[in-house]
Design a protein around this ligand. Structure first.
Ligand code: PGA
Ligand code: ZN
Length: 397
């Protein structure tokens, strides 16, 4: 049984406060987890409250329902109590940030009681043997960096890597190669929120640089590295059109543009190429290029089973980004993953642009046999997850 829960504010990678939870059990189990935070958040995400408010409300409503009542290892009961304490559809009372921190900390406390790693506790005895391919953010802009690319993320996808660690190091090399190419071109670049280069270049030039960087590193390491995108198109969508620095595109033009990019660059992955309300356009693009690439819904699905079910019904996308804090609990997260898997949708477990050293998503990706994990490349709060993945792979093989 859970014997105590403490909540505090800690720093995230953007310098903002976020919620951290400690869960203790009667039998001496301990789990600690922190909520991440998005900048290009989807309209339909669960609600992140200001951390002070989220903590105060969770202390008042959620903690009394959990302490001395619920077993940490009974994840459905933990998350059910969080839902009951909150009483809304979107965690707007206790905050999805408090909820997800408690939910993840309880899972870790339960794993601690069992003396098992978190991925084993979450995945159980029938977990598969696959390891997720890390998608590494190399160049970016959008809401994550000013005066950089319109497309939010250009991501390395080391699809041919023989192991997790080789994939992780390959992504770091692609990030390095992109830095070299920027240097060669005399372009100075800072970094965005996730540590990707944020150069003042057009999207067209970013494509050239990515293409060159992945082919250089591919040749060096001897396996195939592709690349992909998070367009984060909802952020550009305004007055019926996608607003680029060099002009606007209608939804039909956007579909055509993305389909051409998939062809030209053999993209492995395209996230949120269209607005979060436009299932129809997603379905059209998926129809056109869904057999060649992953069309992934992030803001479209927000890790929400009912939005995902709508997408499945309409043929929108063929993969889903999974962010536990978009929905607020691990149970809801796993429900979304299971619905996706049952319908042949690939799953990509993801960080947020605001992160901490918390490594829960690395365990979740392994536990659920996710095809991919998106967790950045070379910033400390990103390497925390990547290094954990390397450790898990060593432990689990
Ligand atoms: P966010 O962006 O964490 O700022 O929402 C990440 C993403 O869009 O995938
Ligand atoms: Zn996204």
């Amino acid at each position: 049984q859970i014997s105590s829960i403490s909540l505090r504010r800690v720093l995230d990678s953007r310098g903002n406060p976020t919620v951290e939870a400690d869960v203790l059990t009667e039998s001496g189990g301990f789990g600690r987890a922190a909520a991440p935070s998005g900048a290009s958040t989807g309209e339909y995400e669960a609600i992140e409250l200001p951390p002070k408010e989220a903590i105060a409300n969770a202390r008042e409503h959620a903690v009394p329902r959990l302490v001395d009542t619920v077993y940490a290892g009974d994840q459905r009961a933990v998350d059910g109590a969080l839902r009951a304490a909150d009483g809304t559809e979107n965690f707007s009372e206790i905050g999805a940030n408090s909820a997800v921190a408690i939910s993840m900390a309880a899972a870790k406390a339960a794993a601690d009681v069992l003396g098992a790693p978190l991925y084993q506790h979450l995945g159980g005895a029938f977990r598969g043997e696959n390891f997720p391919v890390p998608l590494g953010n190399v160049i970016g802009g959008g809401e994550h960096a000013k005066d950089a690319t319109d497309i939010q993320e250009f991501l390395a996808a080391p699809v041919g890597a023989p192991s997790v660690s080789e994939a992780v190091f390959a992504n770091a090399k692609v990030h390095g190669a992109a830095g070299d190419i920027l240097d060669e071109r005399g372009i100075g670049a800072g970094k965005g929120d996730e540590g990707a280069w944020a150069p003042p270049v057009s999207d067209a030039e970013a494509f050239e640089i990515m293409d060159e960087a992945v082919s250089r590193v591919s040749e060096e390491v001897g396996f195939e590295i592709k690349f992909g995108l998070d367009v984060a198109a909802s952020e550009m969508y305004d007055e019926g059109a996608y607003q680029y620095s060099d002009g606007e595109k209608s939804p039909d033009e956007q579909i055509e543009y993305i389909a051409e990019l998939v062809e030209e660059y053999d993209l492995a992955y395209v996230e949120d190429p269209l607005d979060e309300n436009d299932y129809e356009a997603f379905a059209e693009l998926t129809e056109q290029v869904g057999d060649q690439t992953l069309i992934c819904g992030d803001d479209l699905f927000v890790t929400n089973v009912s939005r995902l079910q709508d997408g499945i019904d309409q043929g929108a996308a063929n993969s889903i980004l999974i962010k536990p804090n978009q929905i607020g609990s691990l149970s809801d997260t796993v429900d979304a993953i299971e619905l996706a898997v049952r319908n042949g949708y690939e799953t990509i477990i993801s960080h947020r642009s605001g992160e901490t050293e918390d490594t829960t998503i690395a365990h979740l990706a392994v536990a659920t046999d996710a095809g991919f994990i998106k967790t950045g490349t070379v910033a400390g709060e990103r390497t925390a997850k990547l290094n954990e993945l390397i450790r898990i792979a060593e432990d689990a093989v």
